[in-house]
Structure formats: structure tokens, C-alpha cells
Design a protein. Sequence first.
Length: 200
Amino acid sequence: MSVRRVKPSLYISVDVEADGPIPGPYSLLSLGAAVAGRQDADGFTAIDPTRHTFYRELRPISDEFVPEALAVSGLDRERLAEEGLEPALALAQFTGWVREVSADAQPVMCGYPASYDWTFLYWYLIRFTGESPFGHSGCLDMKTLYATKAGLPLRAVAKRTMPAHLLSRRPHTHHALDDAVEQAELLANLMAWPGPGSSR
């Protein structure tokens, strides 16, 4: 009986900064990504998240924005209107980067929580490039991963309640690349964590 070889997954931590709750009426302003690790039939191998990274700032696609959402990132919409990349170009560059770093593996987007970042990323990919290198479901939510391993209800999970050894020592700056790198380290720690009762 032959053993079916599983194609490896390459986990890519993605963080976005946007100026509202949903794409379309509101805009994706910056996109950061960092390769977190690789998983195959033999297990997960962490990768230095500063080794393979991607960052772009994008031109807004509408005049609408939520001031509170914009304030989180500190990005300047007027500057981005002049200097930001056209979304089609930025997302084409991102797709090319994902394909280059994933090579013989299947890329998986991961985020904390993934829902917001995935909503903007997938919408922008389909709207401006017509396809997603992650497919329609290649997405891993670190919040769900932790809740499952910890045996907790999802809504009870927050970074402040996680064991300190799981968290990255990097600050959460709301700069998309900084946060993608930080969350890549969180993913690597979560993948190695056996669950409660262990300090590893």
C-alpha cells in the first residue's frame, strides 16, 4: 500500500492596515507579510520571520474612511493618494512574492485574528488580480488555534490572557510589516506548544 505524500504548507503571517471595517467602501492602506514556517508530514519548522518579508502601501480606492480606524495605523491618506501604489500593482507584486517564497509548498495565510485581514486581502486579490495564491480557503486563524489547544471558548481568548512564553517579544506597532513579523513568531510558538500545563 503506497503512502500518499502530503504537499507541505508554507505559513505566511499577514497583517493589513485599513481605514474602515470592510473593503470596497473603505480602503486597504498597507500590507505586510512574513514567512513564519513550513509544515509537512514530519511536522512544523519555524523560519526566521525577518528572512522573507513583503511590505507595500496602497493608494486609497474611495474617499470614505472612519477616522478612528485610520488613526490606528497613523497612515496619511493624502500622502498615500499621491505616493501609494495602485492596488492592482501592489497585489500583483504580492502574488508574485507569495509564489516565489512558497515554491513547492501550498501557501497559507495566517493572522491574529485572521478574519479582518483575510477579508481585506481576499477581496483585494480577487477585485484587482482576479485570483488568490491562497485559493478561497487557505487561511489559518491563530486565535482559533490557541483556543483549540488551550481548550477555551473562542470569545474568551485575547493575547493578554495567553501565557507570556507564547507571545513575541516584539512590540505590536500597528505597522503592517512589524505586526506580521510579530505574529509570525506567535504562530511558531503556538505550533510548538503542547497545550496547558507546559511551560515550553
